[in-house]
Design a protein around this ligand. Sequence first.
Ligand SMILES: [Zn+2]
Length: 203
Amino acid sequence: MEFDYNKLLNEASDVLSQKNKTEERLKVPDPEIIYEGKSTIIRNFLDIADMLNRNPEDIMKYLTKKFGIGANIVSRRLIINRKIKEDDLGEKMNEYMAAYVLCYECNSPDTTIEKVGRTYLLVCKACGAQHPIKITREIKENEDELLEGKTYSVAVSEIGRSGEGHAFYGEYTIYIPNVKKGEHVRVLIKKIKKNIAIAEVSK
Ligand SMILES: [Zn+2]
């Protein structure tokens, strides 16, 4: 019996190109990191978020919480207000992937997050596995967190002894000079020490 080598070859290359297509679709781009002044910039941040099928704000919140520093999304880039080593950034991205993206069973990144009742499930499109994740807790905690270099909208609740305004934010008291009681202002956090934050009105 003779083998039809051409037929075998064609079939094999079909399988191969099919496989490549899937892998290509799921390939998460490496972060393109550049440094500008004291900032770390991920140039392809939104590309990564798109590829992971995750909300870029959620990924940003995760990173800012882990690094304890502010960040902003500007056009398609993430700008972090501090120099962060590529390795450290990669490590935190991997942790994010492990918690919120990669299937706990088969490790495929082809997953979605679905809300069922009050639970968020990581649902795998590759193998069908479903596992609850703790995304709500992570993000909720982060909402009450104050970070140096970030701006926040607050209301001045009282005036302190030196004439500075006080606003309350989560566990923090924010000290703001040159404001009036009852005023709503957007402030830039300059310095945080324990539960006290020093801020100035942001322009
Ligand atoms: Zn899976």
